[in-house]
Design a protein around this ligand. Structure first.
Ligand code: SF4
Length: 66
């Protein structure tokens, strides 16, 4: 199963992920995104991919497990 990761160096804290998909992301006090899920079940895969596409910094990563 694929995993949801945040590139905390690339993330600039715009918050688009949190405001659009609050079931998947939270924001740290410094504004950097935190993933609320680790493994990505198939039923939320599209939401994750939509959020990743919406991130202007490409900081939302879908890591495929081997
Ligand atoms: S949309 Fe991207 S850059 Fe903005 S807070 Fe979320 S992960 Fe970070």
């Amino acid at each position: 199963m694929a995993q949801l990761r945040i590139d905390t160096v690339a993330c600039k804290g715009h918050g688009l992920c949190f405001f659009g998909w609050s079931q998947l992301f939270d924001l740290r006090e410094d504004g950097i995104a935190v993933a609320l899920v680790d493994q990505i079940p198939p039923d939320i895969r599209q939401d994750v991919e939509d959020a990743a596409a919406a991130c202007p910094e490409r900081a939302i990563l879908v890591v495929e497990e081997p």
